[in-house]
Design a protein around this ligand. Structure first.
Ligand code: SF4
Ligand code: SF4
Length: 153
């Protein structure tokens, strides 16, 4: 009697596709909103540090002068706040997971030498412009003071 009770279901399953997948032969398909691991396009990072301030688990650190961005993946809780806060949109939530490991290691990303050199050139250019503007302002003030002194005589 009990065999007959399950027979219709068993017959239906003979013609259905399996609900399991043959992982790892067939790659797993992650859902669109999967929270996997954080990745960075480091050459687009401006070192503002907004991601480090947004991170609730202090998993991030940034060194603007050295051009580095560091994440401790074992501290990251994949909340995605850093991705939301980044003004340059250089952080992404990837749909894959951190591989298991025995030690809590940080990963540091370093900007390319070309981008570092370009940023240094821009900083020097801006500093030179600021110095020139300051010198021009001081020269103008000196000229005005000299003119005012001449009028008094
Ligand atoms: S996803 Fe959340 S926990 Fe992970 S680094 Fe970003 S802000 Fe920190
Ligand atoms: S918020 Fe974005 S641009 Fe700013 S330091 Fe973090 S990764 Fe870099």
């Amino acid at each position: 009697m009990s065999v007959l009770k399950y027979a219709p279901e068993a017959l239906k399953n003979l013609f259905r596709a399996p609900v399991t997948t043959s992982y790892p032969a067939k790659p797993f398909e992650y859902k669109e909103r999967t929270r996997g691991r954080i990745d960075i396009s480091i050459d687009d990072c401006i070192g503002c540090g907004l991601c480090t301030r947004a991170c609730p688990s202090s998993a991030l650190s940034v060194d603007k002068n050295a051009g580095t961005w560091t994440i401790n993946r074992f501290d990251c809780i994949a909340c995605g706040y850093c991705v939301e806060k980044c003004p340059k949109k250089c952080l992404t939530m990837e749909q894959n997971y951190q591989e298991p490991g025995g030690e809590k290691q940080s990963v540091t990303y370093q900007k390319s030498p070309e981008v570092m050199a370009e940023e240094a050139r821009k900083r020097e250019e801006a500093a030179a412009k600021a110095a020139a503007a300051k010198a021009a302002m001081e020269a103008k003030k000196a000229a005005e003071a000299a003119a005012a002194g001449g009028e008094e005589k």
